[in-house]
Design a protein around this ligand. Sequence first.
Ligand code: GAR
Length: 226
Amino acid sequence: NDVTFFTQVVFCFVKTIHEFFRGSKKRMVIFASGRGSNAEALHEAVENGTINAEIKALVTDIPGAACIDKAKSWGVPVIVADRKSFASKQAFEQYILDAIAPYAADVICLAGFMRLLSSDFISHYEHKIINIHPALLPSFRGLHAQGQAVAAGVKIAGCTVHFVVPDMDAGPIILQSAVPVYEDDTEDTLAARILTKEHPTYVRAAALFCDDKLTIDGNVVKGTQE
Ligand code: GAR
């Protein structure tokens, strides 16, 4: 009827104006090594418009990783770079750089990508690479961050989304979310609790980045508070 039609016209008009002022979609490339639940959360948020981006490709270093089938099901091209097939880290990284160059990425999201990128690689995408780490940085860098937290007996743990710099799990922090640690926690139970926070935290950080809301002032990221 007329009311429904009118409502739809108004909705389309508002949406078009919103998209115009929001700016063009960022070109996103995701790097992942495993099951890809963070990649999936990013994809869902891109699809529903929460993140103003298009996912151009997914890069993985693990042939057969579950993230590959996920990306294929989204119709996203997959680049597999198995470190073992390259003589050096430099050759491995050069392959990835060449493979993603056509996508002219505005943002690279490391979503469970378990390799340290060299400073040379990072220099090609300065302040455009973001990572999620399952700890409240700067505590518990590196592997088994959730197990490190349990072993240290901390009472609060969580996740951090940050800009990537050559040092492992360092770089200006965009957002963090906290969870409690219980006395009977294991690495796995804590990891599962943290993971439920990882997805919304990564989505929000990526959304802020893609809406050009973030600035970096030394170690401090500004623009994350409403
Ligand atoms: C996530 O817990 C992520 O924070 C972690 O790997 C997992 C990947 O899960 N990343 C790191 O430890 C990086 N230092 P996912 O494949 O389901 O997103």
